[in-house]
Write a protein that binds this ligand. Structure first.
Ligand code: UN1
Length: 513
């Protein structure tokens, strides 16, 4: 626990009462409407941010495109050094930033710190990568020719992020984009604008200390209309968007229309398969954390647990018993496991899912409900609920961003469970709990999980930054963060150099003059 409160955290992060929500680094200006950020923790107003108008946006883009010209010629390892300093600042400010994430978004303080840790980790990863942006060297078919490929930066990268990971998703994108030589324009969720301002303050200070231009990191604020400035803008070759499948389809269509690139990280409908050989204790920890962590608002949250009929009752009883231990309340109090949902609209979606599952034939086995009374004044605290359901129910097919868990039963072979797990539109994260090698390998095989993430004896949420993060189908197909995800932030160029006095043509073509 920290010994300072939210006011002190805001002070350390340089957050004023009203923040100008448009920035090109150090210079603040914006003339749009004001958005108020209310904490889902206690309903209090945390601060206000002004939104970005079209004219403000054009100024930002001018600064970004100008900054790109300076930034791209800086050697990649020196860009890495700037990212290293950014990671260092994040280490120093981990507690206040983790606290703001927790207070503005509602996730537990531990998870807020974990989110800042993901930012630090991706910075370290990017620093190492800044010396490894390798292309291949190929053998030319022509004598005296050399052929190789190199990666160059794209330019301005647009980032649209969601409320649930209000700081880490930006960092996954920016840390890589920056070492690649790109500059970034970020529109955070309008539900967590102060997290955006805090991050911008941190990077702006680093840029200033390094005498780097404004515009390497830019912040814009507002709703989807501000996002649209970017998706329609031909000066932005890549738009990275995290959020709902509905939003992703619009972004993809708009950016695709102008043949831009989009990197989409959209909804999940993640399942854990529990086979007769599963370790029940591990299943309970992985499953319950996956379902109720971040109050069920991770794109990797566990929505479905698919249990073999032979151990169904045993697993069900163990999970239900664990739900009985959950403490729901102020996420800044480290004794609590589950904080609030982001807002009352999310509460309405939660209530709707519970009504739907019953209407569609499901059976509630852990009652939900909205909490009221002391400590729950914001109206955003709900009880994590469990329903026994069938995979074919429309509500089970749908991603509800709340702690509603569906238990599904399978019989026979693990193939049947894999069919159920794959039998949804989304394809982000998946897991199997088993000590049976054949089942585990089957799950990971070409005929296994169709998701971007497939885990054995680990739950669906809490991926490390070192792997590529993202998924298939309605999840959008993008990959962010680790592995070779950096390549999407760069353009590849094939170079062939002739160092002879002849000009032989490829494919042996004769063309004598
Ligand atoms: C998200 O919910 O958008 O794997 C990202 C996880 C986290 C990231 C989730 N590392 O749960």
């Amino acid at each position: 626990a920290t010994d300072f409160g939210i006011d002190e955290a805001l002070k350390q992060l340089g957050i004023k009462d009203i923040n100008d929500g448009t920035s090109t680094g150090n210079q603040w200006f914006s003339n749009g409407d004001t958005i108020e950020s209310h904490s889902p923790v206690d309903g209090q107003l945390i601060g206000k941010v002004t939104t970005t108008t079209r004219a403000d946006y054009d100024k930002v883009m001018e600064a970004a495109t100008t900054a790109f010209k300076t930034w791209r010629i800086k050697p990649a390892p020196l860009r890495g050094e700037v990212v290293r300093q950014f990671g260092q600042k994040l280490r120093e400010l981990k507690e206040p930033l983790g606290k703001l994430v927790s207070y503005e978004m509602g996730k537990s303080y531990q998870e807020g710190l974990g989110e800042v840790q993901e930012m630090i980790d991706i910075c370290d990863f990017a620093v190492g990568l800044s010396r490894q942006l390798h292309g291949l060297t190929m053998h030319s078919e022509r004598p005296g020719h050399r052929m190789y490929e190199q990666y160059h930066p794209l330019g301005v990268v647009g980032i649209i992020s969601a409320f649930n990971f209000p700081v880490a998703v930006w960092a996954w994108n920016t840390a890589l984009a920056w070492i690649c030589g790109d500059v970034c324009v970020w529109k955070p969720s309008e539900k967590t604008p102060l997290c955006g301002v805090a991050c911008q303050n941190i990077i702006a200070a680093v840029l200033k200390e390094n005498e780097l231009p404004e515009g390497i990191s830019c912040l814009i604020n507002g709703d989807y209309k501000v996002g649209e400035f970017m998706t329609t803008d031909t000066r932005i070759p890549l738009v990275s968007a995290t959020g709902s499948t509905r939003m992703g389809k619009i972004v993809s269509r708009t950016v695709g229309e102008r043949l831009g690139k989009s990197l989409l990280e959209l909804g999940g409908n993640n399942a854990i398969i529990v086979t007769p050989d599963a370790d029940i204790k591990m299943t309970v920890i992985g499953g319950v954390f996956g379902a109720v962590g971040t109050c069920g608002q991770r794109c990797t949250s566990t929505r479905r647990i698919i249990i073999h009929e032979s151990i169904y009752d045993k697993v069900k009883d163990a999970i239900v018993a664990a739900y009985g231990q959950l403490r729901i309340g102020n996420p800044l109090d480290e004794n609590n496991h589950v904080g609030p949902l982001i807002d009352t609209d999310a509460v309405a979606n939660y209530n709707n899912a519970l009504a739907q599952v019953v209407a569609q034939g499901g059976k509630i086995i852990v009652e939900g409900g909205v909490l009221s009374g002391e400590g729950y004044e914001s109206g955003c605290y709900v009880k994590p609920a469990i329903a026994e359901a069938d995979n074919s129910f429309p509500i089970v097919q749908h991603e509800t961003f709340a702690p509603v868990l569906y238990l599904l039963k399978y019989s026979g072979d693990v193939e049947n469970a894999i069919d159920v797990q794959n039998g949804v539109a989304q394809g982000l994260s998946s897991a199997i709990m088993t000590n049976n090698l054949r089942e585990a390998e089957r799950f990971l095989s070409v005929a296994g999980s169709d998701c971007g993430i497939a885990n054995v004896n680990i739950g669906t949420s809490g991926a490390e930054i070192g792997g590529a993060f993202g998924g298939e189908k309605d999840t959008g197909g993008g990959r962010e963060s680790g592995s070779d995800a950096w390549k999407v932030y760069m353009r590849r160029q094939t170079n062939t150099i002739n160092y002879t006095t002849e000009l032989p043509l490829a494919q042996g073509i004769k063309f004598d003059l």
